[in-house]
Design a binder for this molecule. Structure first.
Ligand SMILES: Cc1cc2nc3c(=O)[nH]c(=O)nc-3n(C[C@H](O)[C@H](O)[C@H](O)COP(=O)(O)OP(=O)(O)OC[C@H]3O[C@@H](n4cnc5c(N)ncnc54)[C@H](O)[C@@H]3O)c2cc1C
Length: 444
């Protein structure tokens, strides 16, 4: 096996200090390959594995383009100067002002996944992840505006008709329309294929009836992508369709939960009491809704991970400064190995989880399978973030546990997305499914 020469006649080995171990690759029945990446990559290593167990591509790309770096810096400055000073203010549960949402929109945040032709940015998935990571340094909850706008825009672009696209996508990009996505019900969360909300066809309309639970932005969204049953319950996932539902229609009611965290997002329930929706508002053919939901969740799982890791990275950086100055027994805390090694460990885990999330997004940008990487990132990212922020609380002593500091709020906020968009058990089930095959599903 030889490494394919690339990039001006230089082999991969000449271009990087990273060495691929040929014997290990041979043992895995792998072929190493190299080819120029898309414009954002300078070069990358690719390992193509041909055994079933190691099917797929593993890409390692360590460079952001100049455009991506500039975007990250702009959002980091915005997050630190504008979002961070107000982060704790929104923990009271007061609705987020619409002018602030429009401010985010003016930075491109709500239009990242809206194509330019509809007034958006048309950004890559990697860029979407960068935005989540940077914004979360100032206010983790603000990334939920990004996530819901991106996921719903993707669904509308792929499955909406042209008049829906022309009407709704510019509103998403400009921050005029806030979207929610409603799959979960009181009786169906992880087992989402068993939802019972029904959309009954009645001439040119569907009549929607049922209750959705734990919906981010239930209290404030203007419209919602709603998943409802159009086929019999025995059809499971294949009997589910998606609809774009304006939330000012007669028969829609909402309530906001008292929640431990993520209060800015007004999470709550949506009840549909014989709500009439035009047939044109169905997204894609009948019975394809569940597949749409799943394809959106895969990449957003990495975006969630990066939001959690952004909040953790900011906490760790603040804690590094704190322990350099806080003295006990005549010495700064940073001189105690018990302290500095804790930080070293959390920084390492945060960096590893971050790379995994970007790997998922890079695969998604290349149109490659990324379900496994998305599930890995979604399990690892929030877990690592929770553990890091918890350590930051302890390392600040009583001060860290007080409301003077943002750490307890960050912890409460981040824990929410250990559950939302799929729990750790369900993520491990997906990793196992992708490894062992469908006959070993944990959710059947
Ligand atoms: C902050 C937050 C935001 C959310 N936002 C949204 C939203 O915008 N839209 C939306 O539709 N939903 C949303 N949700 C709902 C979320 O997707 C569900 O809570 C989640 O999918 C889990 O479902 P559940 O709460 O019903 O738990 P259950 O499915 O009842 O699971 C309970 C526990 O059992 C475990 N479990 C379940 N099945 C298995 C199994 N087969 N094997 C092993 N363990 C299992 C789970 O991992 C979990 O620990 C949100 C939730 C939170 C917390």
């Amino acid at each position: 096996m030889s490494l394919v020469p690339a990039f001006g006649g230089k082999s991969l080995r000449q271009r990087s200090s990273l060495k691929l171990h040929e014997d290990s690759l041979r043992a895995l029945n792998c072929k190493a390959y190299a080819k120029p990446g898309i414009s954002r990559c300078k070069w990358y290593y690719g390992v193509r594995c041909s055994t079933n167990q190691f099917r797929g591509y593993v890409l390692v790309d360590f460079s952001f383009s100049d455009e991506e770096r500039l975007f990250a810096q702009t959002l980091r400055d915005y997050a630190r100067n504008k979002l961070k000073p107000e982060y704790q203010k929104w923990d009271s549960g007061t609705p987020y002002p619409r002018e602030k949402l429009r401010e985010l929109a003016s930075l491109g945040v709500t239009g990242l996944r809206v194509p330019e032709a509809y007034g958006g940015v048309g950004a890559s998935y990697v860029m979407t992840g960068i935005a989540a990571e940077e914004l979360a340094r100032g206010d983790y909850n603000v990334t939920l505006f990004l996530q819901l706008s991106a996921m719903c825009a993707d669904i509308i672009v792929r499955h909406g008709n042209e008049s829906l696209r022309r009407y709704w996508l510019p509103k998403v990009a400009s921050g005029e329309a806030l979207f929610a996505l409603a799959l979960t019900e009181p009786g169906a969360g992880s087992d989402a294929a068993s939802i019972t909300t029904r959309a009954q066809r009645d001439g040119d309309h569907y009549v929607l009836r049922g209750e959705k639970a734990s919906i981010t932005f239930a209290g404030s969204a203007d419209a919602c992508v709603v998943f409802a049953r159009t086929g019999p319950i025995e059809h499971g996932a294949r009997g589910i369709s998606a609809f774009l539902v304006p939330l000012d229609l007669p028969g829609v009611s909402r309530s906001v939960y008292r929640s431990a965290g993520e209060k800015l997002t007004q999470r709550g329930s949506l009840v549909f009491d014989d709500v009439r929706i035009p047939v044109d508002y169905r997204l894609g053919p009948e019975g394809t809704g569940f597949a749409q939901a799943l394809s959106g969740f895969d990449y957003n799982r990495a975006v969630i991970a990066l939001a959690c890791l952004g909040a953790a990275a900011e906490s760790l950086e603040e804690t590094v400064e704190y322990v350099k100055h806080r003295q006990t027994f005549g010495k700064p805390l940073a001189e105690r190995e018990a302290v500095s090694f804790q930080i070293a460990e959390h920084l390492t885990l945060v960096s590893a989880a971050r790379l995994l999330a970007y790997l998922c997004l890079a695969l998604c940008d290349r149109g490659q399978r990324h379900s496994k990487e998305g599930a890995m990132a979604k399990w690892l990212g929030p877990k690592v973030a929770v553990e890091a922020i918890h350590a930051c609380i302890i390392l600040h002593g009583w001060l860290g546990y007080s409301d003077e500091m943002p750490y307890v709020q960050r912890l409460r906020d981040v824990i929410g997305l250990e559950i939302g968009d799929g729990t750790p058990e369900i993520m491990k089930g997906i990793i196992a499914r992708e490894t062992f095959g469908r006959e070993f599903l944990i959710y059947r």
